[in-house]
Design a binder for this molecule. Structure first.
Ligand code: AMP
Ligand code: MG
Length: 417
């Protein structure tokens, strides 16, 4: 059994990101949500594109209005109105002003905006009632970013702000990494699909579905390969087939030391290098991590069969590897926070123990509420509606209610209940 931190580092070391040249594809911005940029983007434009007004008001020459006050207003001739989207037609000379609206281009000659609240208008003249600061409310060309400067780095996950930025920069199509393909196979003679009536002793293959959802959430494309019986030859054929299609292969079950646990033996026979066989974690001790170099570089995770163990192993070890493979910039792991535990947390002290529950955002800080019911690796039921895993380290057998505990966030914290 190796410590969790060593297992995590070993796994990340085994992963190389997909090739930005060979494993990328063009995509339109309307479909780019959640994708990962494969090439850096330099801005083709200045931001703002030209000097413009930040307010509704009048574009003036500062020198004309430097002494303006309510008692001694400065009167200027209005020579033009500049609505948004129309370039100014003339320059502003001494004693002149242009009516200007938010976002409109500054006219030549003007250097300052007087907000409309500090003016009174009479026909084609305007009285300036207060002296502005020099260059007030002018957004200068390229003051946010100059053309040619880096806009977005390779490895950036494209969410709403990045997609809006790319649209503004007139990049309607970008190059993103293809989604890593992750094969899923479930091993066990007892397993049946969810639509099959259960005979005594049978168990529904829930891992196939839970893992597929997690793969999608982490940016991968799941390839569900179904159920394989506990039969060495069937397993060999299935794993060999998966290797030719997938960047990562996940199997669940069959990695313990039971009489029907064949996975490690078959991996070795197929030419894999085994890096990890067990980790000091609860749930999830039996974890096989192997690599294949042919037919193409593939990372293999033999996850434990117990449904909670399979999901916890994914969150802790597979998701970071998948994010790194997908080309995402570091960090790859789920975020950790410190929270006040609402309940006593108990552990055996021998293995790093993960307890599931709800991370709650209270006005006084984050709180962790342990899920009720059995914390058994076979009990999937009380995992529903949880969003976090609290960690009890090796050597600790109890975290008392009210004390701080390290919590891995699986989803954003909820409001306090
Ligand atoms: P194993 O690791 O194969 O010994 O399986 C451990 C436990 O997990 C057994 O109770 C299995 O029935 C259960 N199990 C294995 N695979 C799955 C699966 N795909 N979905 C749900 N439960 C499973
Ligand atoms: Mg089994």
């Amino acid at each position: 059994m190796i410590p969790v931190a060593i297992a995590e580092a070993t796994i990340l070391d085994l992963v190389s990101p997909l090739s930005p040249e060979k494993a990328s594809e063009p995509i339109g911005l309307d479909r780019a949500d959640g994708r990962i940029l494969a090439t850096a983007i330099a801005s083709p434009l200045d931001f703002p594109h030209w000097d413009n007004s930040a307010m509704d008001g009048y574009a003036v020459r500062y020198a004309d209005v430097a002494s303006a006050s309510a008692e001694q207003p400065v009167s200027l001739a209005i020579v033009e109105e500049i609505p948004a989207g129309r370039p100014p037609a003339r320059a502003i000379g001494p004693g002149q002003a242009a009516r200007i609206l938010t976002g409109s281009m500054m006219p030549e000659g003007a250097d300052t905006i007087v907000i409309q609240e500090n003016t009174t208008r009479q026909g084609d003249r305007v009285d300036i009632l207060a002296a502005p600061e020099p260059q007030a409310f002018v957004r200068h060309r390229a003051s946010f970013l100059s053309a040619g400067q880096p806009l977005l780095a390779a490895g950036t996950v494209l969410n709403a702000p990045e997609i809006a930025i790319l649209a503004a920069a007139q990049c309607p199509q970008v190059t993103v990494y293809r989604r890593p393909r992750v094969a899923i196979l479930s091993t066990g003679d007892e397993l049946v699909p969810p639509d099959r009536p259960l005979k005594p002793g049978q168990i529904v293959d829930s891992n196939q579905f839970g893992l597929a959802a997690l793969i999608r959430q982490a940016g991968g494309e799941p390839l569900p390969l179904g159920i394989v019986p506990d039969h060495p030859e069937a397993l060999r054929v299935m794993i060999a087939g998966a290797l030719s299609h997938a960047d990562i292969v996940l199997s669940s079950g069959g990695v313990s030391v039971g009489d029907y646990d064949y996975v490690d033996r078959i991996l070795t026979e197929l030419g894999a290098t085994l890096h990890i066989r067990a980790v000091a974690i609860k749930p999830g001790k039996p974890l096989t991590v192997a690599t294949f170099s042919s037919p193409s570089p593939t990372l293999y995770f033999g996850l434990p069969g117990n449904p909670v163990s399979a999901l916890v192993s994914f969150w802790r070890f597979v998701a970071p590897a998948l994010r790194k493979l997908a080309g995402q910039a570091a960090p790859w792991g789920s975020p950790w926070v410190s929270a006040r535990s609402r309940h006593d947390l108990r552990a055996g002290g021998q293995r790093e123990t993960y307890l599931w529950g709800k991370l709650l955002a209270a006005p006084t800080g984050l709180e962790f509420a342990l899920a009720g019911g059995s914390h058994s690796s076979g009990n999937l039921i009380n995992l529903a509606s949880t969003n976090a895993l609290a960690k009890v380290p090796v050597g600790t057998t109890q975290v008392a209610a009210g004390s701080a505990v390290a919590v891995m966030m699986l989803a954003p914290p909820r409001s306090r209940e």
